[in-house]
Design a protein around this ligand. Structure first.
Ligand code: ZN
Length: 94
């Protein structure tokens, strides 16, 4: 499985039955990125690394973090833990 770290994708080919060609890898990466909904301008090969040129932040990447909203009082937090802690206040009546 490819590991995506920043804009560099590292491939662990230790389990591969044959060493994939760079062309094989490119099509796998393009496929993965498309499935993940990642947009990119181009992919270039630099030694053993594939460099992906991102587009400017897409709308997808600008989506705000998941928000947890308290159904009782409208309290909003991005932390699920904080959300559950907050809910206890209602249930246990602090
Ligand atoms: Zn609340």
């Amino acid at each position: 499985m490819p590991v995506i770290k920043d804009n560099v994708i590292m491939l662990d080919d230790g389990l591969a039955s044959h060493k994939p060609t760079i062309h094989d890898i490119l099509s796998i990466i393009e496929d993965s990125l498309t499935k993940a909904g990642v947009s990119y301008d181009r992919i270039s090969v630099k030694g053993a690394e594939l460099i992906i040129d991102d587009r400017k932040p897409s709308k997808k990447m600008l989506i705000e973090p998941k928000l947890f909203t308290c159904p009782h009082c409208g309290f909003v937090t991005v932390s699920e833990e904080e959300y559950w802690n907050h809910l206890k206040c209602h249930y246990f009546g602090f």
